[in-house]
Design a protein around this ligand. Structure first.
Ligand code: SAH
Ligand code: F3S
Length: 484
């Protein structure tokens, strides 16, 4: 079920519309689940599967045989919500023929729309926000009693730290490990602080144990996940905002993101480690030094910027301006030579002028990103931008600017991948290429996708591959032997 990452790149505005159908486990009542949106949602679905497995559910990929259908939803842009509504219409047709079928909405859209889902035409039995998944078994009982069930309470503590996710729909090689939940940054365009609540960090010991368990289970790469991993902070529990009130000893022994990286890298020295997402205003040089210090931490940073114009960045409440961002990029390139860097970029934020847009393109020229996820601005209810700023850039202008950004990125991607031709690089194999069963695909430390003839190799192998050809999104190569 895992998509070839090459296909995820560049087509960014489609990214959030993709669904992953989760397959495979257990016995008993049948659960069919689809996940939309960010990696955190996919990771959350594995937590939901774990909670429901204990409640007697088995997952299925067949909608027809499902007793319970769950949609883990995304609210980040209007289009993501439209996709969910369309999908609910389709499920409702099924329910018309099979009234005992239960349909539930989870995730960010559940949190945003809340019980209003019940007032719409759609037949939804269950609405559960991102912090309420432990309540699912009770809520399902409510439905059995003939009631509609809803829990959209956000929590200041919930990190699901003790729940061992059921790894679904994966490749058996790479896995997500969630380390923080929520976000306190309040970028003015973003709905996440409203749908996922306050930022909180997970107990580092449980993170390390989960990574070690994954290694024991044969996994070879983990991605540490959070909306803003750089602001990870553990001082014995509690919100980041309350850290100043903690005891002096708790403050002194606090674990920051760089400390966590060191600990995870040392606890699983053969495991490849990635993390996402970094935020420019919170990323410390200690994190860069941690990456440089450990062979097993991948040399790749996803560093969203959103705009190249300091005026727009200020209106977005990004906490960094153009110069600070470019300074950080320079430090990354100095401390981690050759580091792969990707971005999120947004076209058409309110008041964006052609000059602001030109600065976005010139920032891209200065950085020369490996790839990016690119979007046009979509006004989201309740955000600061929706309340205070007019969505004044016409759709055609937003689309034209986005197209220019994508074209520029394709040029840079082509340039970055072409530079690898002739090199021999270690590739962690993730599986068979989608295009040909005779080829394998995997990624380099820089997160570039490499496709090469299968020969004797298989998923999970670290193979030295000589790069012979490149496209903007993919390197093509030939295996030279297993990596030592
Ligand atoms: N820190 C988060 C960001 C989540 S949103 C993370 O873990 O990735 C992912 C990206 O969606 C943002 O970086 C931004 O580029 C885009 N985005 C967020 N809100 C948006 C909006 N209202 N309209 C268009 N794009 C948006
Ligand atoms: Fe959203 Fe900004 Fe947080 S983009 S998730 S508010 S860092």
């Amino acid at each position: 079920m895992e998509k070839n990452p090459a296909e995820r790149e560049l087509l960014s505005d489609e990214r959030q519309g993709e669904a992953l159908v989760l397959e495979g486990i257990g016995s008993g009542k049948k659960l069919y689940m689809e996940s939309y949106g960010c990696q955190m949602n996919f990771s959350d679905s594995e937590i939901v599967a774990s909670i429901l497995q204990k409640d007697g559910y088995e997952t299925t990929t067949s909608l027809e045989e499902a007793d319970l259908v769950l949609l883990n939803t995304c609210s980040i842009r209007e289009k993501a919500e439209q996709t969910v509504r369309t999908r609910l219409d389709q499920f409702n047709k099924l329910k018309a023929a099979k009234p005992e079928l239960k349909i539930g909405v989870l995730g960010c859209m559940a949190e945003r729309v809340k019980e209003k889902f019940f007032e719409e035409e759609k037949l939804v039995d269950l609405v559960v926000g991102p912090d309420a998944y432990r309540d699912l078994p009770n809520l399902l009982e409510e439905i059995d009693g003939g009631r509609k069930a809803v829990n959209v309470l956000l929590s200041k503590e919930e990190t699901y730290h003790d729940i061992e996710p059921v790894r679904l729909g994966g490749n058996g090689v790479t896995a997500f490990v969630s380390i923080t939940r929520g976000c306190d940054n309040m970028c003015t365009f973003c709905v996440v602080p409203f749908t996922r609540g306050r930022e909180r960090s997970r107990n580092p010991q449980t993170i390390i144990e989960e990574v070690q368990q994954l290694w024991a289970d044969g996994y070879k790469e983990v991605t540490l996940l959070g909306q803003n991993v750089d602001s990870y902070l553990w001082y014995g529990g509690g919100l980041k905002k309350e850290f100043t009130k903690a005891s002096t000893s708790a403050q002194a022994s606090a674990v920051h993101f760089a400390d966590l990286l060191h600990s995870v890298a040392e606890a699983a020295p053969q495991m490849r480690i990635r993390f996402s997402t970094s935020n420019p205003q919170d990323m410390k040089d200690e994190v860069l030094h941690a990456i440089a210090a450990h062979e097993n931490i991948c040399n790749y940073i996803h560093l969203p910027v959103q705009s190249g114009s300091s005026r727009i960045l200020k209106a977005m409440n990004r906490g960094h301006n153009r110069e600070e961002y470019l300074d950080l990029i320079a430090r990354i390139k100095r401390i981690i030579p050759g580091c792969g860097i990707s971005h999120d970029m947004m076209a058409g934020f309110p008041t964006e002028t052609e000059e602001d847009h030109a600065q976005t393109l010139s920032l891209m020229d200065a950085v020369r990103y490996d790839f990016g996820y690119m979007f046009f601005y979509s006004e989201r209810p309740n955000t600061y931008a929706a309340r205070k700023l007019e969505d004044d850039i016409p759709t055609e202008v937003k689309k034209r600017r986005l197209a220019e950004i994508i074209t520029r990125q394709q040029e840079h991607s082509a340039e970055r991948t072409a530079a690898y031709v002739g090199q021999t690089m270690e590739v962690l194999v993730e599986g068979r290429s989608k295009r040909s069963a005779d080829d394998l695909y995997g990624r380099t430390t820089f997160n570039t996708v490499v496709v090469f003839p299968r020969e004797k190799y298989q998923a999970g192998d670290r193979v030295m591959v000589e790069i012979v050809r490149s496209t903007p999104a993919t390197l093509l190569g030939k295996a030279k032997g297993l990596s030592l």
